[in-house]
Every structure is written in structure tokens, then in C-alpha cells.
Design a protein around this ligand. Structure first.
Ligand SMILES: Cc1ncc(COP(=O)(O)O)c(C=O)c1O
Length: 382
């Protein structure tokens, strides 16, 4: 049976972060990055089967899941990874913090390119490490600023870690392999470890193909800690399960040391759902990508008729990055919220003048949200 992404499923009363924010308000939530789609049936069936056993005690990482992860990396990217290079954790964000804690020395610094997912900006501070940012711009289609990175890396030997959002949230850009190679060359020259957050890597639209940073060469594998998860692709974020891939044993040891005593276990159901998602749901995944691409196209059409708003090409993710500078608003998020659409403020990603819209929802909901936005923009620009 084809997956049904059109049916509107009421998420009220399910403790959904996305929907509870606007409980009892007429605001369509299009902010936090989960989708309003049912997870694949295969995942729900696997969870149900596990719940038939009523004991939910401490759980070891199943060998079968390691096999599923190895097979997936090999089949999708031709990337061969030993079990010793894999570690499962309850989330990508805690893993980012753990990488910083384990890899970057107390006087060391981290660098990332902005606009970027907010925890990239917060984690270095939480861990007491300095943060440098590189600016990406819409004028250059959010290209990673390689020349600026080269200059900064040369000028700042204290930089020990590059946090890469690959593909990029919030700008929806996919980095070509040529740029990855240039980034790698700079990191090797200055001994900068790469932490590549690839949580959105299975959400490339229009047939684009993801290249994992670590898979471009042996040197890349040696220099990189990769973070992936089934959570964005299969809508499992509440189940808390992500995978860390570090083929360099020294980096894996540093990573583990960074979380010793503080990193929680992955919950049993997270393992179960991840294994089912990554082994049984390819057809669902293919249908999802088509649905998301069509939603993205619809959004682009609607934005073309929205005065004061523009959008570049979203190559990946279910997140669109809208330029609203022409509207001249001091609080774009509040403006659209008053119009009945809950978006993410660009400022939280270091992207003033922009807002992020989550289009991972049934098309009718998206249309309704875009319609509300257009009316508000019409009034504002009149
Ligand atoms: C780039 C990126 N990394 C990590 C996360 C969250 O990961 P987790 O829920 O596994 O902590 C998100 C969620 O939006 C994200 O966009």
C-alpha cells in the first residue's frame, strides 16, 4: 500500500512540542523539525511487537542493528564501516556536545558556518570552548565559505574542530563533493577534526545523492566524526536514537571520554524503530521524498506570489529558508504567528531577516499556512 501523506492526523493530546506550543490557538505550527506524517507501518509494527514483551529494562545495542547500519552505509554510499567505529547515542545534539567536550581541549576553539542549526552555536559555549563563525550568504547560494575558512584556520591555530551541517539546516543546501574536498584539505593542513552532522542526509530532493564527508577518502575517514540518525527521515525524533561513526580509534576514544558518566543509554524503542526504519522502509522513504519535493515546489509557487518574501532552492530537508527582509519587520516570527502560522525565527540560526518554514506536513495544511502568510504580506506591503 502506498503511504498516505495527505491525511491530516490530529496531534493534539500527544504531547507534541510542535503542536502544544499553540494549544487552543488558531496557529498552524510549521516550526520545529518533525513532520506531521505517520511513521512507516513497518516501524509501528516493530514497536508493537516489542511491546508484547512487558519488560523494558536496560538494553544492549543489538548486533542486528549494527548489521543494518553497516549495510545501509555500504548500500547507499559504498562506505564500509567496522562495528568498532559505531556508537549509538540518544540524540545528535547531545553527541555534538560530547564531541566538543571530548575532542576540543579546554583552550581550544570550534568553527562553524552560519546560518546554522542553533545547537551548533550553543554547544561550544556550554562546553566552555570558543566559537568562530563563518558567514554564508544568499548571494552565493549559501556556498560554504572555503576561502574565509582557509584564512581563519591559518590565523587561528586554536581552532580544533569544524562543525559541519551536511546537508545544511536551515538553508537546505547540499554541499558538492568538490567543496567537501577543499574543506578536508584545510582541516588536514591545520589538524582540525571534522564533526559532520548528517542527520538530514536521507532527505535530499530531486534525486540528489549524499556524499558523507568521511567517505570521500581514507584521510577524511581518519579526520571525521559523523552523526546520522533515522529520526528526521522516518519521523522518529521522540524516540531518541542516533549513530556516531568514528573510524579513527583515537577520535572514537576521545568521543567516548567526552560522554563518560553523563551520556544516557539509548532507549529500547529507539533501537527497535531505527532498525525497522533502516531495513524495511525504502519504499516509504522514496514516496516521502517525492511528496516533500512536490510540497517544496508548491511552496516556491506560493512564495512567488507573496509580496516581500523570496526563497532560494531547497535542495534537501523539509525546511525552507525564506527571505523576509523586504517586509521590514522587527519580529518576523511574531508577525507570522499573529497571522496564524508558527515559524522559526531566523535570528536563532544567526540569520536575521529570514524565517524557517517546515513543509513536512499534508499539502492541505501547507496550502492553508501559505495562504495565511500571503494575506498577511499583502496587507503589510499594500
Ligand atoms: C542539523 C540537526 N542536527 C540535529 C538535530 C536534532 O537531533 P536530535 O534530535 O537527535 O538531538 C536537528 C533537528 O532539527 C538538526 O536539524
Amino acid at each position: 500500500m502506498n503511504p498516505d501523506f495527505d491525511t491530516i492526523i490530529n496531534r493534539q493530546g500527544t504531547w507534541s512540542s510542535k503542536w502544544d506550543k499553540y494549544r487552543e490557538q488558531d496557529v498552524l505550527p510549521m516550526w520545529v523539525a518533525d513532520m506531521d506524517f505517520a511513521a512507516p507501518d513497518e516501524v509501528t509494527q516493530a514497536l508493537r511487537a516489542r511491546l508484547e514483551h512487558p519488560i523494558y529494562g536496560y538494553t544492549v545495542l543489538p548486533d542486528s542493528l549494527i548489521g543494518v547500519i553497516q549495510a545501509r552505509l555500504c548500500n547507499r554510499y559504498g562506505w564500509s564501516v567496522e562495528p568498532s567505529a559505531l556508537e549509538l547515542v540518544p540524540g545528535v545534539v547531545p553527541a555534538i556536545n560530547q564531541v566538543i567536550r571530548g575532542v576540543v581541549s579546554p583552550g581550544g576553539a570550534v568553527v562553524t558556518a552560519v546560518p546554522v542549526y542553533q545547537p551548533f552555536l550553543e554547544a561550544p559555549e556550554y562546553m566552555g570552548r570558543q566559537l568562530f563563525t563563518l558567514e554564508m550568504t544568499e548571494a552565493t547560494h549559501w556556498d560554504f565559505p572555503v576561502a574565509e575558512f582557509r584564512a581563519l584556520a591559518a590565523a587561528r591555530p586554536e581552532i580544533e574542530l569544524l562543525l559541519l551541517c551536511h546537508p545544511m539546516n536551515p538553508v537546505g543546501r547540499v554541499m558538492p563533493a568538490a567543496i567537501l574536498r577543499e574543506i578536508l584539505e584545510i582541516c588536514l593542513a591545520h589538524n582540525i577534526v571534522i564533526c559532520s552532522d548528517e542527520i538530514h542526509c536521507e532527505l535530499l530532493l530531486d534525486g540528489r545523492v549524499h556524499t558523507p564527508m568521511a567517505a570521500i577518502s581514507e584521510l577524511a575517514a581518519d579526520q571525521t566524526i559523523t552523526l546520522q540518525a533515522a529520526s528526521k527521515t522516518f519521523n522518529l525524533a521522540g524516540l531518541g536514537c542516533a549513530v556516531v561513526i568514528a573510524q579513527n580509534p583515537e577520535l572514537m576514544a576521545q568521543f567516548k571520554a567526552g560522554g563518560a558518566g553523563i551520556m544516557a543509554h539509548v532507549n529500547t524503542l529507539g533501537y527497535v524503530a531505527t532498525e525497522a526504519a533502516w531495513s524495511e522502509c525504502d519504499a516509504w522513504h522514496e514516496s516521502l521524498l517525492l511528496y516533500l519535493a512536490a510540497n517544496r515546489d508548491l511552496l516556491v509557487q506560493h512564495v512567488a506570489e507573496m509580496p516581500g518574501v523570496s526563497v532560494g532552492l531547497t535542495e534537501a530537508t523539509f525546511l525552507a529558508w525564506l527571505n523576509v527582509t523586504e517586509l521590514g519587520l522587527t519580529d518576523p516570527q511574531g508577525f507570522f504567528e499573529s497571522a496564524g502560522v508558527g515559524l522559526s525565527a531566523g535570528s536563532q540560526f544567526k540569520g536575521d531577516g529570514y524565517i524557517r518554514l517546515n513543509f513536512g506536513c499534508p499539502r492541505r495544511v501547507l496550502e492553508a499556512g501559505l495562504d495565511r502568510m500571503r494575506k498577511a504580506c499583502d496587507t503589510r506591503m499594500r
